[in-house]
Design a protein around this ligand. Structure first.
Ligand SMILES: [Ca+2]
Ligand SMILES: [Ca+2]
Length: 125
């Protein structure tokens, strides 16, 4: 996992710029980890500043997998699968949360990031 417990809490963002061949649509897939005491927060993904995925999480979701040694602060692993119209030559992707506490209290992480593109036919560029 990239980020996670004691790493990515309040204010943490993962950003990546990816050069792409001519295309008209992109799809982003990844695994998003919610760790520990998320007291009413959302995780999200943006492309060019537009939110293409978000999900609210709660403290007790869903089982204890990792994070701090407080059994009632649970872990939830979800699959992100989002698609958006996109034609720019560089995709500007940001993954984050609206967490407001330190990463030993509430944190997030990602793994298995995939970017797919719908390529243009030769006639469209
Ligand atoms: Ca908290
Ligand atoms: Ca909080």
């Amino acid at each position: 996992m990239y980020g996670g417990y004691n790493n990515f809490g309040k204010g943490a963002k993962i950003s990546k710029k990816i050069d792409l061949p001519p295309h008209y649509r992109i799809k982003i897939k990844m695994t998003y980890f919610k760790l520990d005491s998320w007291d009413g927060h959302e995780g999200w993904v943006t492309v060019e500043g537009e939110r293409i995925w978000k999900r609210a999480f709660a403290v007790a979701e869903t089982y204890k997998l990792c994070g701090i040694a407080e059994f009632t602060w649970k872990t939830l692993v979800v699959g992100v699968d989002a698609e958006v119209a996109h034609t720019k030559g560089v995709a500007n992707i940001v993954v984050g949360s609206d967490l407001d506490e330190t990463p030993d209290n509430e944190s997030f992480g990602v793994r298995d990031f995939f970017l797919y593109i719908a390529k243009c036919a030769k006639s469209c560029y």
